[in-house]
Design a protein around this ligand. Structure first.
Ligand code: GDP
Length: 420
């Protein structure tokens, strides 16, 4: 039994380079598939006179999910003896990007699949770039279909060099580059006779080598205020703890005002409502303070020594969904945790076309484009960088009640002189 939370991974790469096959193999070799599923599908294929494909297994699982037969609805799960995993579905890169950036799915690590015969393709580079853009730093590369190149070391080294040079150019060091034949199961779970020249880990060993994200309770306290209720003489500050922990007696500092007071009591809501001495990430609570200070929805409580950044400007990586393009001077509402800020776009530093990944600085940001932009807010924004604390490091952009974009904060502390 595993006590840790499953590690979230994504499998990306050019179409037909073998993503489904690799995932199917991984599920099979870790015993994660329903018993008899593969045998059954192999039989069906044989009867129809068509070759068996691991992608069929994935399709079958998907079909069952759509019909709601299996209990586990959202994601593909498996486990090694070391820890459990969830593979986040990455159907098209548009969907994937949107989900990653708006927080619907956030992976901790990725496997980039490259066909050994075809080599690095435009889409392989694009996916590597997008992973980097989203703040993913742990990427293992599977050079797949090694059987097509006779398990030749020379070809492997060629592909490895090409992808490594590219990833390095965008600031990513792949954790491992692994020669693989997903269809026949080479280097998936152990050393392979076909590649005696390869001394590195199998795919599963490489996954086990990824560093797990810190659990939210281990991050700095972030308690965004949802509401302030008054009962009799008491004032209760209600919200959900996004990260970290707090306890009675702690001094809370409220950003952006910087006002502070001590926690007099903590209570939890709902059916099991009780009084508590401490609470942690994921819990919805109410606290009372030992002093009357000005508090309103949108403020973020933290502990003094690890407070969030507060600034009027934000540099962010944005995924744009709006019908109208985003331009310098455009004004929006930015929602971050429980706060809402009136913001203006003051710079567009890069616009990355998701189709060709070309950089068009200063251009209007069109629908489905990714951009690096700078916002300025009328009131100071309490925030973290996405890498430091995803909970306070992402936001959505709203225009006329519609969500028109999602973003992650590139660096905490705002933007310095140049843009002020
Ligand atoms: P995806 O589009 O990236 O998910 O690719 P698939 O997993 O659907 O694989 C595309 C094709 O490549 C299928 O016909 C697979 O059988 C084939 N394929 C996958 N892995 C291997 C491999 O290791 N060797 C060979 N020769 N073919 C493979």
């Amino acid at each position: 039994a595993h006590s840790s939370a499953p590690m979230k991974i994504v499998v990306v790469g050019h179409v037909d380079h073998g993503k489904s096959t690799l995932v199917g193999r991984i599920l099979s070799e870790t015993g994660a598939l329903p018993e008899g599923k593969v045998e059954y599908l192999k039989e069906v294929c044989e009867k129809r006179g068509m070759p068996f494909e691991w992608a069929f297994v994935m399709d079958a699982l998907q079909a069952e999910r759509d019909q709601g037969i299996t209990i586990d609805t959202a994601q593909i799960r498996f486990a090694t003896p070391f820890r459990p995993y969830v593979i986040i579905d990455a159907p098209g890169h548009k969907e994937f990007l949107k989900n990653m950036i708006t927080g619907a799915a956030s992976a901790e690590a990725a496997v980039l699949v490259i066909d050994a015969d075809e080599g690095v393709q435009e889409q392989s580079r694009r996916h590597g770039y997008l992973l980097h853009l989203l703040g993913l730093r742990q990427i293992a590369v599977a050079v797949n279909k090694m059987d097509l190149v006779n398990f030749g070391q020379a070809r492997f080294e060629e592909v490895k060099a090409e992808i490594t040079v590219y990833l390095n150019s965008i600031g990513v060091q792949p954790t491992h580059v692994i020669p693989v034949a997903a269809r026949s199961g080479v280097n998936i779970s152990g050393p392979a006779a076909e590649t005696p020249w390869y001394k590195g880990p199998s795919v599963l060993a490489a996954l086990d080598g990824f560093e797990a994200a810190k659990p939210a309770t281990d991050l700095a306290l972030r308690f965004p205020v949802q509401d302030v209720y008054k009962f009799d003489q008491r004032r209760i500050i209600a919200g959900r703890i996004e990260s970290g922990r707090l306890k009675v007696g702690d001094t809370l500092v409220f950003a952006p005002t910087g006002k502070s007071a001590r926690i007099a009591s903590i209570e939890t809501w709902g059916v099991n409502a009780t009084v508590a001495v401490s609470a942690g990430a994921g819990q919805s609570i109410g606290v009372t303070l030992d002093e009357q200070i000005f508090i309103e929805r949108g403020q973020v409580a933290s502990l003094a020594e690890r407070a969030p950044s507060v600034s009027h400007t934000l540099r962010a990586r944005l995924f744009w969904l709006g019908r109208n393009g985003l331009k310098v001077g455009s004004r929006y509402k930015l929602k971050l945790a429980t706060a809402e800020y009136a913001v203006e776009v003051i710079a567009i530093e890069r616009v990355i076309d998701v189709e060709d990944l070309a950089n068009h600085p200063g251009a209007e940001v069109g629908r489905n484009a990714v951009a690096e932009v700078v916002f300025r807010s009328r009131t100071p924004i309490a925030h973290d960088s996405f890498l430091d604390n995803p909970r306070l490091g992402r936001f959505v952009v709203v225009e006329d009640y519609d969500i028109v974009g999602g973003g992650v904060i590139a660096e905490a502390g705002g933007v310095h002189q140049a843009h002020k």
